[in-house]
Design a protein around this ligand. Sequence first.
Ligand code: FCB
Length: 437
Amino acid sequence: MFSFDRRDFGSDFTFGVATAAYQIEGGQGHGRGSSIWDTFSATPGNVHNGDTGLNACNHYELWPQDLDLIRDGGFDAYRFSFAWPRLIPEGTGAVNQAGLDFYDRLIDGMLERGLKPYATLYHWDLPSTLQDRGGWMNRDIASWFADYATLVARKFGDRLQATATINEPWCVAFLSHFLGIHAPGYRDLRAAARAMHHVLFAHGTAVDALRAEGTKNLGIVLNLEKSEPASDSEADKAACNFGDALFNRWYLGGVLKGQYPDEMTEWLGPHLPTNYQDDMAVVSRPLDWLGINYYTRGLYKASSEPGRPAEMVKGPLEKTDIGWEIYPQGLTDLLVRVSNDYTKLPLYVTENGMAEVEGDNDPRRTKYYEDHLKAVLAAKAQGADVRGYFAWSLLDNYEWAEGYNKRFGLVHVDYQTQKRTPKASFRAFQGLLHNSR
Ligand code: FCB
């Protein structure tokens, strides 16, 4: 049980759960095209245990019971993502009617249950044919993405409560093109520099496209970490500043101020697209809200390796089952920082949650949510305009490079039988939210 009351968050505060298409849908076939996660996960060595999203949670067929769970939990909203290759199998051109029908059913299913649809256009499942053409390294992705946004706006826009363009652009760009951990698995500075700019440029063109079609309430979802130096030494503080620029300020500065941090443009230098400065007005199109995904802090020390500006270190705090430090204070600090230094837009915590070992009894997770929801209250008390909170995730699901091995769900999934079993943490939310809908 949580120790606070729903009313402490204010009467218009939205509570929801979040998922992403590739992590839960399965339902491949039905006209859906290949995505970079299908090919990346089929490549030996990329994903724990060789797991793929082929079946995942079979949300494609089981969505009615999943929406029932969200309603029964007392949540107000469901944050989900559209799979681009399900709607436009080749990324551009012909549309897949079965895909349109699926999202029609899903969105209508939410509305019938009184759940507000919070949509994300891109949560990492790029159509493979677009990767063949360079994917996020190719500037043309801005127009491919805008055309896809137009389709979503025309078919679904009037039924969506809110729409985000991109989920976690740092992951799309840097984790996937420099660190090589996510699809398409590049390890190349130039590839990363291009993706870092194009992902935000495409975000801006999609905002224009959505707005031109009359879709309301547009935002983007950034993953942010509280950056801290591993020690008080000047060298570690400088490393922390670099890490903060790379992880947080590139995206906050680009989207909200139309400006990238100097230390980044210097570092990336000639690898950035020529005349990227001319795109900054599009990158920073006005938004209606900002989503923040928060899991942990980033701890930095100076690197002894030549050419490496900073190194991340494992900190001493208690860790989740995926090895991330548990640090609720970081969420308060980030929300207050964004509100003081970047924007007065309504803020939403669009993801927060923890991986825990398998089981239905998850007291550590309940405590994690308790402490992070308190962190949200603390940020609100310090003036941050936080309007909602989405738990990651409704279900145990396909955790990208970690496969099915890491479980983030409020609801346990048995992948053999697809049976869903609510965990104690789900019941804690139910206790908080019951009678409120
Ligand atoms: C975030 C992703 C989400 C999930 C959580 C654990 O970075 O947006 O899909 O994998 O981490």
